[in-house]
Ligand binder design. Structure first.
Ligand SMILES: Cc1cc2nc3c(=O)[nH]c(=O)nc-3n(C[C@H](O)[C@H](O)[C@H](O)COP(=O)(O)OP(=O)(O)OC[C@H]3O[C@@H](n4cnc5c(N)ncnc54)[C@H](O)[C@@H]3O)c2cc1C
Length: 450
């Protein structure tokens, strides 16, 4: 039987596309290599489990003086809650598609045989070949594994996914890498009660952020007890001993767990893309144009695998672009507008648009508005006053060009700023609105009045 569509991977884009195509009467097969991954990375090993743990960690920090055993017990409970939530969502995701008459969820690893043929190595053994008019690649991303002696097969070594699955709270956690996911984990495990040390290979902390923002994050993490060692290059691991060089001096740290957080790369291994004429970029992602078409006709790539920003909401937007195209619409990656992001640390960061440093580099005349979090009444109510809210506003047009919000609920607030930017609103619109009280949003009255 020839299908209208075969989708490789049960990620955010793939599952949404499968449902939408099926509702249009198309026959769809969705191939997923792991029964534990229905719904994709976000639901099973990414956003949802990490935010479930972040929530529990915020509660756990109220018991910072408790003995370690009590903290460990609290962590085990948090882990059980995380498993409950992910299990629930995984089941719902599966049922939502599997209950559709036109969708077949197939358990197996898909790989190309040609531009219209996919071979599925079935999870329960054997294989089958699917023919399709259109094929959509949504295989996501996987951790980058750095070449460090003693890392492979070391039981002390974890990646984000495996660490979150470990039911024992590590007393000493050493992290290799200081990226965004890493900082979220550093903050979360510090709140649970681990001694966290971050080894950063380089001397610029969070290089994409303005220096005042990065320094404030650094300070807030240190206040939580996280040690961040800059210019610390890990040379090898010996069991739980992490041997690194800092400022030319070799040092050793002992860890119960070593979290490797050195980024994620497109998951293309084993796909046999060459058999379909699908090219990859120099960084190994599937090459796509602004409409997410690959170099082969009738094959698209959506989500992390196409090398775009690695966020669930970007994957969802990739789905919108492809669906619009199939329905003769005009969406493309070029009209995506501002892509915000959030880092769910104890004091969260919400970011959108350009930074002050970028504005300076581009020679754009800007006004910088900066309000301490402590000046917001709701922050006092929440007893969470660290950080600040910073906006970059065009000095002549009054348009908001960017914002860095380092304050409670920044991950919610940033969406309002994104909306104002997308709609090309003047900063005075946010300044002069009425907002409910007491909320963090009303900080915009003061931030934009500066
Ligand atoms: C710890 C962590 C925290 C994160 N937190 C956030 C957050 O707070 N907010 C946010 O927006 N993003 C977050 N992300 C990123 C987000 O999870 C990803 O960007 C998003 O899930 C990518 O979705 P996707 O559609 O590309 O595919 P995925 O959801 O990755 O799905 C790909 C699927 O394809 C399957 N697969 C792979 N190869 C094959 C094959 N050959 N055949 C069949 N199946 C295959 C995989 O098993 C997987 O289920 C986080 C990521 C991590 C790791």
């Amino acid at each position: 039987m020839r299908y209208d569509a075969v989708i490789l991977g049960f990620g955010e884009a793939g599952k949404t596309l499968a449902g939408a195509l099926a509702k249009q009467g198309k026959k769809v097969v969705l191939v997923e290599r792991s029964r534990g991954m229905y719904g994709g990375t976000c639901i099973n090993v990414g956003c949802i489990p990490s935010k479930s743990l972040v929530t529990s960690a915020a509660e756990a920090k109220l018991h910072a003086d408790a003995p370690f055993e009590e903290k460990a017990a609290r962590y085990a409970e948090a882990n059980a809650e995380k498993r409950r939530v992910t299990g629930l969502l995984r089941g719902k995701n599966y049922d939502k598609l599997n209950d559709l008459e036109n969708v077949t969820v197939m358990d197996g690893f898909g790989r190309f045989l040609s531009g219209h043929e996919v071979e599925v190595l079935l999870t329960d053994g054997g294989s089958t070949v699917l023919e399709a008019d259109r094929i959509f690649i949504n295989t996501g991303s996987e951790p980058v594994i750095p070449r460090i002696e003693g890392l492979e097969g070391n039981p002390h070594v974890y990646f984000s996914e495996t660490l979150m699955d470990e039911e024992k709270l590590p007393r000493d956690l050493v992290m290799i890498g200081a990226g965004y996911i890493g900082m979220e984990f550093a903050s979360m495990y510090a709140n649970f009660g681990s001694n966290v040390t971050v080894l950063q290979d380089g001397d610029v902390f969070l290089p994409r952020e303005d220096r005042d923002v990065a320094e404030a994050i650094h300070g807030l993490l240190e206040k939580q007890g996280v040690k961040i060692l800059e210019n610390a290059k890990t040379s090898r691991l010996d069991g739980g001993d992490v041997i690194f060089e800092k400022d030319g001096v070799q040092q050793t740290l002992h860890a119960d767990a070593v979290l490797v957080a050195t980024g994620r790369k497109a998951a293309t291994e084993g796909l046999q893309l060459d058999k379909a004429g699908v090219a990859v970029t120099p960084r190994g992602a599937v090459e796509t144009d602004a409409l997410l078409r690959t170099t082969a006709p009738d094959i698209w790539a959506l989500g992390d695998v196409n090398g775009g920003p690695q966020f669930t909401f970007v994957s969802l937007d990739d789905y919108r672009i492809v669906m619009s195209q199939l329905n003769s619409g005009s969406r493309s990656r070029d009209d995506r507008q501002n892509v915000p992001y959030s880092v769910f640390m104890d004091t969260p960061l919400g970011r959108v648009g350009i930074t002050e440093a970028e504005a300076e580099k581009k020679g754009i005349p800007v006004r910088i508005l900066k309000l301490p979090t402590a000046a917001v009444p709701k922050a006092q109510v929440l007893r969470h006053t660290g950080g600040f809210l910073k906006a970059v506003v065009h000095a002549e047009t009054g348009k908001i060009l960017g914002a860095s919000l380092l304050c409670p609920e920044a991950y919610e607030l940033i969406n309002t700023i994104k909306l104002a930017m997308d709609e090309d609103l003047d900063y005075t619109v946010l300044r002069d609105r009425i907002y409910t009280h007491p909320t963090m949003t009303e900080a915009f009255n003061d931030l934009f009045a500066l």
